[in-house]
Write a new protein. Structure first.
Length: 288
């Protein structure tokens, strides 16, 4: 079997019947991740408080995303959006042959020398975080270009960053064909306000959006995964082992999914470890 190309073309791939934008609709979109902040943007759009009718969900793969987030988008967010005339467009990275590629598949490719997720070095520092760029930003960027966005006529892309994480707004670079906006910052809304908006819309509050194996999980989140979904925890352990077997063959040091410099199964065992927060993924630009 031929090895898939690495620098594949990215395009739209429906994970349910895809809703298209009207041809004459202004190119204003929300990067939707299915988490609290971006779902609050959906509620605000449904209420007419922000002017966005198209939400782009770039799915890194049903085998990679938090399964609870995928269910929420299909069972809660998408029906709610349809009732309010809002399109949730499902996107996925495609190879040049037209088949989809997930982040889980990329991580398991035997020819992959780099690691796209921010695995932890022996000192606990995270490595490079290319997963967001490859499976979120570039996927959405390709869709925007296909729908007319250019450097002279850029699309407006709304991102769900709330006031309590305003520092993250300064880290998001803009592509030439897009202008980034932060509707929650404009409305001075915090995460707790987002939860209130969702509850007032009589929707369940969504789970945190991320890949189930994300190295930015808190210790508490890893503990919950091990307790509530041991199968996914075991798959995360297997992924760590696969990555390190490949690195060992290349003569490289081991890396880990936690900052403790030991294998996942050993790290997520001692209940006395502190539960410190890390980077959030709810905005939609990371595994949201």
């Amino acid at each position: 079997m031929a090895t898939p190309q690495r620098n594949d073309i990215i395009s739209a791939h429906p994970t349910e019947p895809r809703e298209e934008c009207a041809p004459d609709e202004a190119l204003r979109v929300i990067s939707y991740g299915g988490g609290v902040q971006s779902t609050a943007l959906l509620v605000l759009a449904a209420a007419g408080r922000i002017d966005y009718r198209t939400f782009l969900f770039s799915n890194v793969g049903d085998d990679s995303e938090n399964p609870a987030s995928v269910r929420y988008i299909h069972e809660v967010a998408s029906p709610y959006a349809r009732r309010h005339g809002i399109s949730i467009v499902h996107l996925q990275k495609l190879r040049r042959d037209g088949t989809s590629e997930t982040l889980w598949q990329r991580l398991h490719r035997p020819d992959t020398r780099s690691i796209p997720i921010p695995v932890r070095m022996a000192n606990g520092a995270p490595g490079r975080r290319n997963c967001t760029a490859d499976f979120k930003i570039r996927v959405i960027g390709k869709w925007l270009k296909q729908h007319g966005a250019t450097a002279d006529n850029p699309a407006t892309v709304g991102v769900g960053i709330s006031v309590d994480e305003i520092h993250r707004a300064n880290r998001r670079r803009s592509e030439p064909h897009e202008e980034i906006s932060y509707p929650l910052l404009d409305l001075e809304l915090r995460r707790e306000d987002c939860v209130r908006l969702i509850e007032e819309a009589e929707l369940p509050v969504p789970p945190k959006s991320s890949c189930f194996f994300c190295p930015f999980h808190t210790v508490g989140e890893w503990r919950q995964l091990r307790k509530n979904d041991p199968e996914l925890f075991a798959k995360s352990q297997e992924l760590e082992e696969v990555i390190n077997a490949r690195r060992a063959a290349l003569g490289r040091d081991a890396v880990y999914l936690t900052r403790y410099g030991i294998p996942l199964g050993d790290a997520i065992y001692d209940a006395s470890r502190e539960d410190e927060g890390d980077a959030s993924c709810d905005s939609g630009w990371c595994m949201t």
